[in-house]
Design a protein around this ligand. Structure first.
Ligand code: 13P
Length: 340
């Protein structure tokens, strides 16, 4: 294993003023996104939509890397260039989601364990050959009555660490994603408590599995009130709680932290990231690895109509640019009113 090469890629993924585009929706998830715009989820529609995102003019100014789904890494632009090769030529690093989803954890009602370790070594070899230089694995921790249990947190942290070690063995930078969900009506304090327990366990497992912290990227949730909470904490409180929690658990050896958006609106996710970055200096680079919050307006503007392809790209560019500003704390809410 070439340790310095892993560290170099990890640093490039979280380089100042850029972030990651999560375009790794599974076939089931992208079907839901297409249903919202009344578009059938055919392979060609999925390809065309990903082409819209990846070929957006100027994308490389704001986007350091893209997370693909298995189908997407095998697809090409309309003029026949493999997406991974196309992005690499633009200076954007291709990555790949390698987990096989969160499945019910036997014996633990309401909790899940992420699957996908069996055969992962062989899949990583193939993905690397297809151009992937980093990977993603998402563990899901739900907050509810009596959950999460310490057992479910540990089982998921253990799987995350086994995945991360396998990635590094195959010269792929692991994005380690323990997502504490914002579904439900819990308070920000409860989210902080569960995120604390989760990150503490994840970093213990990473150390035990001999994962090189310099060659990974953490993808956490922000510490935030549940979507249905009666009183949702202010953006400033979210930024403070998030940074406080990360400082307790994330060693400075980790080069960067790239947040998921998790169901926040695009505006909320951008504002939170900007406020977080104003609390510096911090030992890591803090940026975005958003799915929904980067794509929401682009997909609805496109609507599956080829005539709106460029308009969709314009919306994606605008969101990516605003998030890139937030990654250095230079975004403010008034910018939403300004023309693209
Ligand atoms: P969201 O930003 O939509 O939460 O997606 C990011 C992601 O990759 C979740 O695994």
């Amino acid at each position: 294993m070439n340790r310095s090469e892993l560290a170099r890629i990890a640093q490039a993924m979280v380089v100042t003023g850029k972030g990651l585009l999560a375009a790794d929706e599974s076939t089931g998830t992208i079907r839901k996104r297409f249903e919202a715009i009344k578009l059938e989820s055919t392979e060609e529609h999925r390809r065309a939509y990903r082409e819209l995102l990846f070929t957006t003019p100027g994308a490389a100014e704001w986007i350091s890397g893209v997370i693909f789904y298995d189908e997407t890494i095998r697809q090409k632009t309309a003029d026949g260039r493999p997406f991974a090769q196309y992005l690499t030529q633009q200076g954007i690093i291709p990555g790949i989601k390698v987990d096989l989803g969160a499945k019910p954890l036997a014996g633990f009602a309401g909790e899940t364990i992420t699957e996908g370790l069996d055969g992962l070594r062989e899949r990583l070899v193939e993905y690397r050959r297809l151009g992937a230089r980093f990977a993603k694995w998402r563990a899901v921790i739900d907050i509810g009555a009596g959950i999460p249990t310490a057992f479910a947190i540990e089982a998921n942290a253990h799987a995350l660490a086994r995945y991360a070690a396998l990635c590094q063995e195959n010269e792929i930078v692991p994005i380690v994603e323990p997502e504490v969900l914002m579904d439900g009506d819990h308070s920000i304090e409860r989210c902080e408590e569960v995120t604390d327990a989760t990150l503490s366990c994840v970093f213990k497992q990473l150390q035990d599995h001999r994962v090189e912290l310099e060659g990974m990227v953490l993808k956490p949730n922000m510490v935030i009130s549940g979507k249905k909470a009666a009183h949702r904490a202010s953006p400033e409180a979210v930024a403070q709680a998030t940074v406080r929690c990360l400082k307790r658990h994330v060693p400075p050896a980790v080069p960067g932290i790239a947040f998921l958006s998790g169901g926040q609106s695009p505006q909320e996710a951008t504002l939170h990231l900007s406020l977080i970055n104003r609390l510096g200096p911090l030992p890591w680079s803090l940026t975005f690895s958003y799915g929904r919050a980067l794509q929401e307006t682009a997909i609805s503007t496109w609507g599956g109509r080829s005539g709106d392809f460029k308009a969709g790209q314009k919306e994606f560019a605008r969101r990516a640019r605003l998030n890139a500003l937030a990654a250095t704390g230079r975004y403010s809410a008034e910018m939403e009113q300004q023309a693209a």
